[in-house]
Design a protein around this ligand. Structure first.
Ligand code: PPS
Length: 577
């Protein structure tokens, strides 16, 4: 900071990034250390710790902090420590745990192999997932993306400080936003340079529309500056990717905000969707970045509805929790009601100021995404033409998106015949390339070394899923026709592909007796005779799909008719026209 400028707000910052000399030392040491490959969320957390955004944390939490954070929302400390709402954990599975030793060190690697840090392994302790999930997320429903992510993590937690070599993986995916990646200390300096004494931060994981502009402008009325601070770490499938959002923010700020009063930079954290507790975390982090005010709108960091269709959090729960801890956060909340557009006034106003008889217009996030996907109108009162244009570049309407039709059913059920008929019809329609990944063909070319154990079948199906996901991502059509007997693996494939385009699961529900009677390849007879082991339906299970997008009984429907029905379904979904 230059002399004479305003001292930055926010207290002491942790810096865990090693000097270049120290980094060399760490690199040499790391070669002999046990290795932990970080998940996307853990890599985000490491970066947040390294740059001081998670100050006062110097590493991944140990048991006393973990329990105290989960139970009391505080770091452990005599008489109650500092407010801290979410444990920043390093979870590992049994196999990794077996390689670690308390009192020793471990090398932390990015998924692409880059060595990121060395960690002092001060504690290894059981991951009390129940304690974390029930307290942090206030629900155990696995439809909650934060809950699901903890459930899927390893059963052990490793605690201790980190010594960070780099936060940038070698294979930069081109979405690193280098020029916008201002760490907390540099952000404080930027505020000081601009002479801002008070700064309001706007946290976002979505594109900014007009209602958000209204919030930001209101905050600018009470603060010297505005920090538009999008979260660019891991988000849930379906959220608009950070690189797309960044383009939207840039065009928006240029056109609609006063550049001298607005700073755009990114926060490299992962979303947890923990609603009220995450609002507190977001506020503490923005205090570390030097902000004095923090905007909290309706349903901050909420993931939407639970598996029964009810919202996980009340719309103002986050504001209530922020209010409760207002005295100890060292950052002032700027709360906002749900903002709605009143047509008669051509203006956004807080929901509770709407008068009887006024015509209120609203487009929910889900409705916005639907319109984007289907190429429908997005009115100017809701968003900005420049932002919508950017979004349309990466969100083509459904008839231009890729999709996968995934057939599942017993051997001899007729999957291949229907898949072939469908392929011909789709090729006749034209417009997109069609690839057929038939069970037998895949087994010959892609999975020739695999047998039919559960493990091998899973590998086979996940390979098919991966290829289909690439085809879908690039706007093509993938038709898959394996047996795919296990529900869990089918779910994994669906989860892999759904965020990238269309996905249709079709159960070819020909009964076992009929398949066995047909026995075109003579495999059922061999399976009954015990010559072929682990044969689906005979000596290996087939999990019948409970809610496929379509079920086809080939005893009643011809292959051509089945393919026609699938085309009609794809038409009704907007994927073909
Ligand atoms: S899986 O479970 O999805 O990996 O199976 P998949 O790759 O689709 O199987 C392809 C064909 O392998 C033949 N086959 C068997 N099927 C099931 N169980 C056993 N043990 C087995 N051994 C060989 C079978 O003919 C499958 O082809 P389809 O086209 O389904 O009849």
């Amino acid at each position: 900071m230059s002399a004479g400028l305003i001292p930055p707000h926010g207290g002491t910052l942790v810096n865990r990034i090693a000097s270049s000399a120290k980094a060399e030392e760490l690199r040499a040491k790391a070669a002999d250390l046990p290795k932990i490959t970080l998940s996307a969320k853990q890599a985000c957390d490491l970066e947040m710790i390294a740059i001081g955004a998670f100050s006062p944390l110097t590493g991944f939490v140990k048991k006393a902090d973990f329990e105290s954070i989960c139970r009391d929302m505080r770091l452990a400390g005599s008489g109650g420590g500092t407010v801290w709402p979410i444990p920043i954990t390093l979870a590992v599975d049994d196999a990794v745990k077996a390689t670690l030793k308390t009192g020793s060190q471990a090398a932390l690697h990015h998924a692409d192999g880059t060595l990121l840090a060395v960690m002092d392994v001060e504690e290894i302790y059981p991951h009390d997932k129940k304690l974390e999930i029930s307290n942090v997320f206030r629900t155990e429903d696995e439809a909650h993306p934060g809950v699901k992510s903890v459930v899927d993590e390893g059963d052990w937690l490793v605690g201790g400080p980190v010594h960070v070599i780099t936060v940038t993986p070698e294979k930069e995916p081109g979405e690193q936003f280098t020029e916008f990646r201002l760490p907390p200390a540099a952000t404080r300096d930027a505020f000081t340079q601009r002479g801002w004494r008070t700064v309001a931060a706007f946290q976002t994981r979505n594109p900014i529309h007009r209602a958000h502009e209204y919030l930001c402008k209101c905050a600018q009325e009470i603060c010297d500056g505005l920090l538009i601070h999008p979260l660019v770490g891991e988000t849930k499938p379906g959220d608009i990717p950070a690189d797309v959002r960044m383009k939207c923010y840039e065009v928006l700020i240029e056109k609609y905000f006063v550049p001298e009063r607005t700073l755009l930079s990114v926060m490299p954290a992962a979303m947890r969707y923990a609603g009220p507790r995450e609002a507190i975390l977001h506020a503490l982090v923005r205090k570390n970045y030097g902000c004095t005010h923090f905007i909290v709108g309706r349903d901050h960091a909420g993931p939407g509805n639970d598996s029964k269709g009810k919202p996980f959090y009340g719309p103002y729960d986050a504001q209530a929790l922020m209010k409760k801890h207002a005295g100890e956060l060292d950052i002032t909340m700027v709360p906002f009601q749900n903002m709605v557009y009143v047509e008669d006034r051509a203006q956004y106003i807080p929901e509770d100021e709407v008068k009887e008889g006024q015509n209120v217009l609203n487009i929910s996030g889900t409705e916005f995404r639907r319109r984007l996907q289907e190429g429908l109108d997005i009115p100017d009162w809701f968003s900005y033409p420049a932002v919508v244009d950017e979004l349309r570049k990466t969100h083509p309407p459904r008839h231009r998106q890729g999709f996968t039709v995934f057939f599942t059913g017993l051997s001899g059920s007729g999957k291949s015949t229907i898949a072939n008929a469908l392929m011909v019809k789709l090729m006749e329609l034209g417009g997109r390339r069609v690839t057929l990944l038939d069970g037998d063909v895949v087994r010959k070319h892609l999975s020739s070394e695999l047998g039919f154990t559960r493990e091998h079948r899973d590998i086979n199906i996940l390979r098919i899923g991966f290829v289909a996901s690439e085809i879908t991502k690039n706007g093509g059509i993938a038709i898959c026709a394996p047996i795919a007997p296990y529900v869990q693996t089918r779910r994994q494939v669906a989860e892999m592909i759904r965020p990238l385009g269309g996905y249709l699961e079709i159960h070819v529900a020909t009964p076992l007796e009929v398949c066995e009677q047909r026995d075109r390849k003579g495999l059922y007879a061999k399976a009954r005779a015990g010559i072929i082991k682990e044969f689906t339906g005979i000596s290996d299970p087939y999990d019948v799909p409970q809610s496929p997008d379509m079920s086809i009984d080939t005893q009643i429907i011809s292959p051509d008719n089945a393919a026609h029905r699938i085309i009609v379904k794809l038409e009704s979904m907007g994927f073909v026209r």
